[in-house]
Design a protein around this ligand. Structure first.
Ligand SMILES: NC(=O)c1ccc[n+]([C@@H]2O[C@H](COP(=O)([O-])OP(=O)(O)OC[C@H]3O[C@@H](n4cnc5c(N)ncnc54)[C@H](OP(=O)(O)O)[C@@H]3O)[C@@H](O)[C@H]2O)c1
Length: 251
């Protein structure tokens, strides 16, 4: 008997489970106040700053005149000097390291990720728990965190290739940890925006992106550049449009 139908059943059930376990914007959102501006932050902490989205966040935040603190495991991976940039060595899994850099920040941008796909990990959720705790201790009001389409009420919207192959074969543990990460954020007391991008590219920013609660599609893989994701995440520091929501993002 072919195992294909069983595999497809597993993939569909996983997608349903990610949908049910993840954050549902529709039920967690406060009423969106159309483009009501939030307080303008001056100092931001960037987690995942040596990553491909993280580097975009750092350079674009500096371009916008923000004072940036980057918590990085290996400072040699962020070859950037700027009078407004402070690079601090540390691990997001180290609660004391996070607490030490959180003091005095106005907001946190998180682009945490890793490549340990093939066994269960809690790096995203444990790291995010540390971030949220430190934000509570130091009264840092806002978190903008990058997760992914395919979670919560965007389940299945990464397109068929991701729903039937990439997520169930390569990323099941990783996506499961992302649902934990999203739930921690949604149940926290901070002002949060979860940004769920489509498949990421390293193309230049186009500046025009589609965003909202019905981004992506069941069939085709939608895409978005990390540069555009970073721009949208930075916009969320000052906008309450998606406060306590998890908009998707694609071109
Ligand atoms: N690839 C896609 O198509 C896609 C689509 C949608 C969403 N996403 C998600 O978007 C996010 C960003 O993706 P990306 O490709 O830009 O990320 P990336 O290049 O993999 O960067 C991940 C960052 O997290 C940091 N990190 C990992 N573990 C850490 C720890 N314990 N302490 C401190 N920092 C740690 C890494 O630091 P090191 O440099 O020290 O490793 C790196 O700076 C990820 O969560 C990813 O799953 C990806």
């Amino acid at each position: 008997m072919s195992l294909l139908p069983l595999f497809v059943l597993y993939a569909v059930l996983l997608s349903v489970a990610l949908g049910r376990a993840g954050v549902r914007s529709a039920t967690t959102a406060t009423t969106p106040a159309a483009s009501t501006p939030g307080a303008k932050p001056q100092r931001v902490l960037i987690i995942g700053a040596t990553g491909d989205t993280g580097r975009q966040l750092v350079t674009q935040a500096l371009d916008r005149g923000l004072a940036v603190t980057a918590l990085v495991r290996d400072p040699s991976r962020l070859r950037l000097e700027h009078p407004q940039l402070t690079i601090v060595q540390g691990d997001v899994l180290d609660e004391a390291a996070i607490a030490a850099v959180m003091r005095g920040q106005d907001a946190v941008l998180c682009a945490l990720g890793h490549k340990r796909f093939f066994y269960p990990t809690r790096i995203l959720s444990d790291g995010t728990r540390n971030i949220l705790r430190a934000m509570g201790t130091h009264d840092v009001p806002r978190l903008v965190c990058e997760t992914a389409l395919g979670l919560g009420d965007s389940a299945g919207r990464m397109g068929l290739y991701y729903t039937l192959f990439v997520i169930p074969v390569i990323l099941p543990w990783y996506f499961w940890d992302k649902t934990r990460q999203e739930r921690l954020i949604a149940s926290s007391g901070v002002d949060w925006v979860i940004v769920r991008p489509a498949a990421l590219t390293d193309d230049a920013a186009r500046g025009r992106v589609r965003h909202g609660l019905h981004i992506g599609g069941l069939l085709l893989t939608a895409r978005i550049s990390r540069a555009d994701v970073a721009g949208f995440m930075l916009d969320q520091l000052e906008s309450d449009t998606y406060l306590r929501q998890a908009p998707g993002l694609s071109w």
